[in-house]
Write a protein that binds this ligand. Structure first.
Ligand SMILES: [Zn+2]
Length: 421
C-alpha cells in the first residue's frame, strides 16, 4: 500500500491522502458504502463504479455463510464473485458474531458460538478470521478483536482491550506466514471502551506493531454511548495514532440520519475513513439526502413539484432532470425509486467528502464546516456536541452568528420529517 498525504488543514486535524491499494487509488477522507452480502442494496457494481466509488465494504460474517469459502475460492475471491473491480474492505466477522449469535462466548482461543446451520458449537479464531478474509481477497482486512458493547463497564473492558492486542499479534503472524502482506493490508482495531486511559494504552501498544499493520481503526463505539463521550474517544485515538497511516472509524455511519454528521466531525478530528450504510438504507425508505437536510419523497406535497432533488447535483437522477413528482410516484408505487434515490444518495455522500477534500486543499475547511452546518442546522439548532467537538480542534461553528440568533440544542439536533418504521 502507498499512503501519501497530499494536504493538511492548518486548523483542524483533517487531511487529504491518496491510499493506493491492490485495486487502485482511493482519495481520503472517504465514506465507504456498505455492500453487506457482496451487494450494494439498490445498485449494481457497475453502477456503483460509474458513480466514482473506489472503495466499498463487505461483511465477512455474511460472505462466510453465503456463498461460503468454497465458492469464493472457486471464483478467485469476492471481487470476481461480485463483479467489483475497485477496492474492497472486509471486517473480521467478530462484531456480527457477537451481535447476532445468542450464545457467543469469548475465550482466549477465539469466539465460541453456535453455528447458524446446525446449532453446533463453532470457534472463530483470529487465524480463521484472517484465513476467511484471504479467501475473500479484500484489499483491506481487519483483525479479529474482542468486541464489547460501548455501554459495558468494569474489568471486562480492560480484558477485551488486552485480548484484542494479543489477537492482533496472532492475526499478524498468520497473515505474514501466508505471505499476503503485499496484496492485503491488515488493519489493527483500537479498543478500550469509554476509558481514555485504556484507549491510550491500546493505541501505544498498537503503534508498537506499526511495521506490521497497514492502518488503524477505532472500534467499540457507536453502541449507544453519549455523543459527548463518543467524540472524545475518537479524538483521543485520532490524535495519537501515527500520521503516516490511514485512520478508520468503524461502524459510525449506522442507521440514524445525523450519523452523517458524526462522520464530518470525525474528519475534523483526524479520521480518514468511515463506513456508512445510511445513504443506501434511507434511499429505500424514499428519503433523498441534500445539503439542506433530508427530503422525504413519500410525502404527498411532492406530487406537483417539477424540481429535481438538488439543482446542482451531477448524479444520474438529478442531471437527467427527474422531477420530485415522478420520484414520489416511483418511491410509493414502483421499484425503480430505490435505484434512483440510491444513486443520488451515494453521489451526495461522495460530494460531501469531495467538498471536504477540496476545502482542505484550499485551506478553507473550517469555512466548509460552518457553511455545511449552517445549511443543515441553521433553523433547527446546532447539536451542542458538534459545537464542542469542533471547538476542540479550533473551529467555532457559531462564529459570525449574532448572539440573539444562536440556537444550540442538546442531543442529536434535528428532527426528521420521516419515520423508517
Ligand atoms: Zn442527485
Amino acid at each position: 500500500m502507498k499512503f501519501e498525504i497530499l494536504a493538511s488543514c492548518p486548523t483542524t486535524r483533517a487531511r487529504v491522502a491518496r491510499m493506493t491499494l491492490n485495486h487502485g487509488p482511493t482519495l481520503l477522507p472517504t465514506f465507504m458504502p456498505v455492500a453487506t452480502q457482496a451487494a450494494l442494496k439498490g445498485l449494481t457494481p457497475q453502477q456503483t463504479e460509474a458513480l466514482g466509488v473506489t472503495l466499498i465494504l463487505n461483511n465477512t460474517y455474511h460472505l462466510n455463510l453465503r456463498p461460503g469459502i468454497k465458492i469464493l475460492d472457486q471464483a478467485g475471491g469476492a471481487h470476481k464473485f461480485q463483479g467489483w473491480r475497485r477496492n474492497l474492505l472486509t471486517d473480521s466477522g467478530g462484531f456480527q458474531l457477537v451481535s447476532l449469535s445468542q450464545f457467543t462466548q469469548i475465550t482466549e482461543e477465539g469466539a465460541l458460538f453456535s453455528s447458524p446451520y446446525d446449532g453446533k458449537p463453532t470457534m472463530l479464531t483470529p487465524e480463521e478470521s484472517i484465513a476467511i478474509q484471504h479467501s475473500i481477497g479484500a484489499d483491506i482486512i481487519m483483525q479479529l478483536d474482542d468486541v464489547v458493547s460501548s455501554l459495558t463497564t468494569g474489568p471486562r473492558v480492560e480484558e477485551a482491550m488486552w485480548r484484542s492486542i494479543r489477537w492482533l499479534d496472532r492475526c499478524i503472524k498468520y497473515h505474514e506466514s501466508k505471505g499476503r502482506q503485499d496484496t492485503q493490508e491488515l488493519f489493527a482495531i483500537v479498543q478500550g471502551g469509554l476509558d481514555p486511559k485504556l484507549r491510550e494504552i491500546c493505541v501505544r501498544e498498537m503503534i508498537n506493531r506499526k511495521e506490521n499493520v497497514g492502518g488503524y481503526a477505532v472500534g467499540g463505539l457507536s453502541g449507544g454511548e453519549a455523543k459527548d463521550v463518543f467524540w472524545k474517544m475518537i479524538s483521543i485515538c485520532a490524535e495519537k495514532l501515527p500520521v503516516d497511516r490511514p485512520r478508520y472509524a468503524m461502524g459510525i455511519g449506522f442507521a440514524e440520519g445525523t450519523k452523517l454528521l458524526d462522520l464530518l466531525v470525525c474528519v475534523a478530528l483526524g479520521i480518514d475513513m468511515a463506513d456508512c450504510v445510511f445513504p443506501t438504507r434511507t434511499a429505500r425508505f424514499g428519503v433523498a439526502l441534500t445539503f439542506r437536510g433530508p427530503l422525504n419523497l413519500r410525502l404527498k406535497h411532492h406530487t406537483t413539484s417539477l424540481d429535481t432533488i438538488e439543482e446542482d447535483c451531477p448524479c444520474p437522477t438529478c442531471s437527467s432532470g427527474t422531477s420530485r413528482a415522478i420520484l414520489h410516484h416511483l418511491v410509493t408505487v414502483e421499484t425503480a425509486g430505490a435505484h434512483a434515490l440510491t444513486q443520488h444518495n451515494v453521489v451526495f455522500q461522495a460530494r460531501l467528502m469531495g467538498g471536504a477534500r477540496e476545502a482542505i486543499f484550499a485551506g478553507t475547511f473550517p469555512a466548509y464546516l460552518r457553511s455545511f452546518f449552517a445549511n443543515y442546522f441553521g433553523e433547527t439548532g446546532y447539536p451542542k456536541w458538534c459545537v464542542d467537538a469542533l471547538r476542540s480542534v479550533g473551529v467555532d461553528l457559531l462564529e459570525g452568528i449574532p448572539p440573539a440568533e444562536v440556537k444550540v440544542v442538546d442531543g442529536q439536533g434535528m428532527k426528521w420529517e420521516y419515520s423508517e418504521s
